[in-house]
Ligand binder design. Sequence first.
Ligand SMILES: C[S@@+](CC[C@H](N)C(=O)[O-])C[C@H]1O[C@@H](n2cnc3c(N)ncnc32)[C@H](O)[C@@H]1O
Length: 369
Amino acid sequence: MGVSTAQSEGITMSGGGLYSLATVGAKHVIDAATPLVVEAINALPESSFNNGFTLSDMGCADAGTSLSMIASAIEAVNQRVPESPVSIVYTDQPRNDFNALITNVYGLGPFETYLDDRANIFPLVSGTSFYRQIMPAESLNIGFSATAMHWLSQKVCNISNHVQAVGAKGDELQAFRQQAHKDWRQILMHRAHELKPGGKLVLINFGTDEKGQYLGNTGGINMFDTFNEIWQSFVDEKRVSQKEYENMTLPQYYNSVEEFSAPLTNPDEPVYQAGLRLDHIDTRVVKCPFAKDFESHGDSIQFAKKYIPTIRSWNESIFLNGLCSDRPLAERRELIEDYYGTYRSMVENNPEGHGMDYVHAYTVISKVE
Ligand SMILES: C[S@@+](CC[C@H](N)C(=O)[O-])C[C@H]1O[C@@H](n2cnc3c(N)ncnc32)[C@H](O)[C@@H]1O
């Protein structure tokens, strides 16, 4: 009952190394998780360093945003077992831009790499989805993932009144909830197999926090409602059809702390029975770097120029794929340009309240020894 690769292959981040350049906020999110990764390494049982140390970065995109965190992880391993072999397994979907990843990890791009820090570091690359087992059983010391597991294994239905589950209602919302419930457990069960006894997961996932906040909804203008309003205006103007609009539904769900925790704290859950336990969960808001910069420079044109590409880096592929394939590709691309152009003008003309603050659950999970 595996998940077909094709089901989720429409999701791609911007390629050509643009992802990490456009999403400095995602790097801030990972940097904030570095102490949790170092603590997790410090708490690993001595025996788990036999046969070397392995860390996976699941849903790594072009790997630029996690380079500093991984450098710190390698340093922490070195403190425990000097010169221990370290394998870093980068994983993402098959259509990910792995060339950009190689460029970043091997120091051929704009970022500094950890590869020259010392000998015995082995980067490895996998195109296996985190909805499957990626690594051999009991081979993993630390499984890491940031800002990736909100992508569901499939789009369970289209949403008729919104582009994301945050605006869904009734049966549609329920369908997303159920899919997310199943998917989170599937992700964890595979990790339970991969982890060595005493191994740990540090998972930084988009979620809904205790105040009901989520990505782009922290008190200002709701970013997802803005996505939706612009597409609905395109429907009203008969530029896109209702069917195309509905096809643009993002296959995502933001779990609450309770939803993240349940399979790890309830002894009746198969994940718990497979040996995974919740060590830590907290929610954090990391400010949108572009909205923050705007507060000091006050230039709305500059703000919009930086802000729109960060949004575009993760939702353009879904919106483009939602448009009818009968339209010539050039026409589809023009609609997409108009969409982001409209959004840019909105921010330029009325910047107050726009921004994509990140809201994450920072989770540490361990496998019993
Ligand atoms: C927003 S990017 C996050 C990249 C990086 N981890 C970061 O935090 O900057 C989300 C990544 O998750 C990947 N992704 C989505 N679904 C996935 C799946 N089922 N298996 C592996 N990766 C997936 C996407 O391809 C994308 O590269």
